[in-house]
Write a protein that binds this ligand. Structure first.
Ligand SMILES: NC(=O)c1ccc[n+]([C@@H]2O[C@H](COP(=O)([O-])OP(=O)(O)OC[C@H]3O[C@@H](n4cnc5c(N)ncnc54)[C@H](OP(=O)(O)O)[C@@H]3O)[C@@H](O)[C@H]2O)c1
Length: 360
């Protein structure tokens, strides 16, 4: 079976719309799938993430010459499903679904179809889309909401979430962290950093105190003020990449004995999506800190979260979306042949929510 898909080879070459083939045959609407674990989805929308750009911008033209697909998030309709996949994922033909097909160097989701294997982590997270979500919203949540849920899952057991700090609450991930704190983990104090343009929205989501990161070089002083008023934080969620507080953690965060945890998805500095390995130097100290935490040599817990398609977040997120009225944010929508414009928008670092590609 052949269809249109966005492709790239390496950082030197642009994204192009080309043809992709999968080992599926179709005769008069009957699909023959490669295995009983296969799910074939007609894609309606895909979402872009910084990781898509970081991967592309990491690939040297000297080494990487073969064609690769683009994008991990998708939503669409099941057009064919094997018996084992139907049992595993509780799905059937015509179900509206979404998922995270996080297959690095794989076929990508900015494509007319995705073929996933339910027995593998990349296909196991394909879930029925709650009725209250559009296809665009369905593509907008898996990677970022999954990451936010994984950040909560990384917090040391026995810790409470009464007072939390969300650094970069305006990011796509941060918006879910704030909502999870408010709606699922019953945080009573949610201190956040975001810009004044996002402030009122983040307050609506549940933030109790806002620190405008654009008005100061470091967020340390306002964070220390909050600590003076109501004590140290139970947990800190860095959704952006920041090191302002690391020298004062013993004051800012509860200690290891009480489960005080600093969890980050980006390390000590904001990642530059236009660079690949160029981001590594800013990550070295975070990895060293992670090692010290893992060996018990740090007076608090330090976690670096990388969303794992196989973790327990899909069911938790779908439940939250269906039952807790979570807000899903879309910044902008583009057709497949304008994927380069969509990439520019994501790279601008000003996207307020997800950049979506609509697949006709
Ligand atoms: N480890 C993982 O598994 C994982 C998963 C997803 C994402 N990430 C990483 O997490 C980061 C965020 O990703 P995303 O998709 O959520 O980002 P995004 O939605 O593209 O974030 C854009 C927003 O970041 C905010 N921002 C920019 N500079 C900031 C700063 N210095 N301090 C605080 N906020 C700032 C701005 O919000 P304002 O409106 O407040 O200015 C902007 O609208 C990226 O580095 C990404 O690579 C990691």
């Amino acid at each position: 079976m052949q269809f249109k898909a966005v492709k790239f080879t390496n950082k030197a070459n642009p994204l192009t719309v080309g043809t992709q083939s999968i080992p599926v045959t179709e005769t008069n609407g009957e699909y023959k799938l490669p295995s009983a674990d296969s799910i074939l989805v007609k894609v309606h929308a895909a979402a872009l993430n910084p990781i898509d750009l970081i991967i592309k911008n990491s690939l040297s033209p000297w080494i990487f010459r073969g064609e690769k697909g683009f994008g991990f998030d998708y939503s669409g309709v099941v057009v064919a499903i094997g018996a084992d996949a139907a049992k595993r994922n509780g799905l059937k033909v015509n179900d509206r679904v979404s998922g995270l097909f996080q297959d690095i160097f794989g076929p990508g989701t900015v494509a007319e179809y995705v073929l996933v294997d339910a027995s593998k982590p990349t296909g196991a997270n394909c879930r029925k889309l709650p009725d209250n979500l559009t296809f665009q919203q369905g593509a907008a949540w898996p990677l970022v909401f999954g990451t936010a849920q994984s950040m909560f899952d990384s917090i040391a057991k026995g810790n409470s979430f009464n007072k939390i700090l969300v650094i970069g609450a305006g990011t796509s991930v941060g918006r879910y962290v704030v909502q999870l704190g408010k709606k699922v983990y019953n945080s009573s104090e949610i201190v956040v950093s975001c810009s004044s343009k996002t402030e009122s929205l983040i307050k609506e989501l549940g933030a109790t105190t806002v620190i405008d990161y654009t008005k100061q070089k470091s967020i340390l002083n306002p964070v220390l003020e909050s600590v003076k008023e109501s004590g140290p934080f139970d947990a800190i969620f860095d959704c952006c990449g920041n090191s302002d507080l690391l020298g004062d953690m013993l004051t800012v965060l509860k200690g290891r004995a009480e489960g005080g945890t600093y969890t980050t998805i980006a390390g000590d500095a904001k990642l530059d999506f236009s660079k690949g390995p160029g981001n590594l130097p800013s990550q070295i100290f975070s990895h060293f800190r992670l090692l010290r935490s893992n060996f018990g040599f740090l007076p608090y817990f330090y976690k670096m979260v990388l969303v794992n398609p196989a973790d327990s977040w899909p069911d938790k997120c779908v439940k939250a979306l269906a039952e807790h009225d979570f807000k899903v944010f879309i910044d902008s929508e583009y057709p497949m042949d304008q994927v380069s414009e969509a990439v520019k928008r994501l790279q601008s670092n000003k996207a307020a929510g997800k950049v979506i590609i609509n697949i006709e």
